[in-house]
Design a protein around this ligand. Structure first.
Ligand SMILES: Cc1cc2nc3c(=O)[nH]c(=O)nc-3n(C[C@H](O)[C@H](O)[C@H](O)COP(=O)(O)OP(=O)(O)OC[C@H]3O[C@@H](n4cnc5c(N)ncnc54)[C@H](O)[C@@H]3O)c2cc1C
Length: 371
């Protein structure tokens, strides 16, 4: 375990730390860093070696993600969205795994996961994109929204209705190559944070997809999506942990340096109380995220429940911790260029993606009421 943490820290310190501003503020060096991380195995840490992965546990992958997110949310989000595509393809035929998964795990291909639509976010059973079988091809039509890695990805995992009269049981998943005729990528959304994380709408107009590119069985795509999101939520939560650790470290440093009333602000008890609160939220989040990851490795039945608890708790905590960090920085915390104001804006994203925290609470409540 310590080994993955040491390796990830070393890679981040050499590859990412010196270029942090370039990545986050100017969008530079991202492709080169992704290529290098791909070569080093960071795209497929917990995927089987036979499919180009490193063969480590999910917990190890989550530990690496916590460290990566400490240094850069942009790159960790790109890899997280990519891995959603890879996790989905783990449910596919050996033909699709051979064709795409090896290259995805080695970073030679970038993936994206596209479930959300303009009218279907929290309730994806109501997606309207259709896939109609016509000879050897499925013909896809529809609009997908907020797709992370849009424009960067070589392949899109797209969820579409193969039975438009059904809800969850009418959805299938497909691998769609980015150069497919009829696949259009819209303008990148301007977001509150993460300007160089590509998010856009995809429009599909009579896109022909070979029938072999169906992932798993027709009409069983929703179950695959939910299984995939269970893993994605833990990765999102691990991103929130990395962000909190960074916010806390920046705050400790600043509190020791900044002098007001003749003493460092760290001497003021209210500031100490903020730091204590931040550390408590960080460590409790770390524990619950690692517990959820272990549940996945142990194939525990309640993994889904713990994935939602981890996502809800850690991402909620990240907003609180980064808000306190900006408060500790005073006026400077509100000024562009100080890392804490960026972390505060980034933290808000974690509460929304991979199912909002309201939806996580619904999942948790559903499980506890089932008994
Ligand atoms: C930066 C970013 C990246 C994203 N990347 C991807 C991606 O790669 N792939 C992808 O498929 N999607 C992606 N999304 C979409 C994201 O998953 C959705 O935005 C999210 O699931 C919420 O859906 P929505 O925006 O339609 O909100 P809505 O579903 O319209 O929800 C609006 C509000 O109502 C609440 N709400 C909805 N239903 C209920 C309910 N039953 N009970 C209580 N409250 C409810 C929500 O919690 C929320 O507060 C991304 C979004 C963002 C912002």
């Amino acid at each position: 375990m310590e080994r993955i943490e040491e390796i990830t820290t070393e890679v981040c310190k050499t590859l990412i730390e010196p270029k942090e501003k370039d990545i986050e503020e100017y969008g530079l060096n991202i492709k080169e860093i992704l290529a290098k991380l791909g070569e080093l195995g960071f795209f497929g840490i917990n995927f089987p070696k036979e499919f180009g992965g490193v063969g480590l546990s999910f917990e190890e992958s989550v530990r690496a993600s916590m460290i990566l997110s400490y240094y850069t949310s942009t790159i960790s989000m790109i890899i997280g969205a990519h891995q959603l595509a890879s996790y989905t393809i783990m449910n596919a035929s050996n033909y699709l795994k051979e064709k795409y998964l090896k290259d995805l795990n080695r970073g030679k291909l970038i993936g994206a996961f596209s479930l959300t639509e303009p009218q279907a976010g929290s309730d994806p059973t109501t997606i309207k994109t259709t896939a109609v079988l016509d000879g050897d091809y499925y013909i896809l039509n529809g609009t997908k929204a907020f797709v992370t890695n849009a424009g960067l990805a070589n392949i899109y995992v797209i969820f579409a209705k193969t039975d438009p009269n059904a809800l969850a049981r009418g959805i299938s998943a497909f691998v769609v190559e980015s150069n497919s005729k009829g696949l259009h990528i819209g303008r990148h959304e301007e977001k509150m944070a993460l300007p160089y994380l590509g998010n856009a709408t995809l429009t599909l107009q009579d896109v022909k997809v070979p029938k072999e590119n169906l992932i798993g069985r027709a009409n069983l795509g929703f179950i695959i999506a939910m299984k995939t999101l269970d893993q994605g939520r833990v990765l999102t939560a691990s991103g929130a942990v990395g962000l909190m650790e960074r916010a806390l470290n920046e705050s400790i440093k600043y509190a020791k340096e900044r002098v007001q009333g003749g003493v460092p602000i760290a001497n003021h008890q209210i500031i100490q109380s903020y730091l204590a609160e931040m550390k408590t939220l960080l460590e409790t989040s770390r524990e619950i995220v690692l517990r959820a990851a272990k549940k996945k490795d142990e194939e525990a039945k309640d993994f889904g429940l713990f994935s939602s608890i981890a996502k809800y708790f850690a991402t909620n905590s990240a907003v609180s911790v980064s808000r306190l960090a900006t408060q500790i920085f005073g006026g400077s915390g509100y000024i562009r260029g100080y890392v804490v104001e960026r972390l505060y804006r980034e933290a808000k994203m974690y509460e929304i993606v991979e199912g909002t925290n309201e939806i996580q609470k619904l999942i948790i409540a559903n499980q506890v009421l089932k008994g």
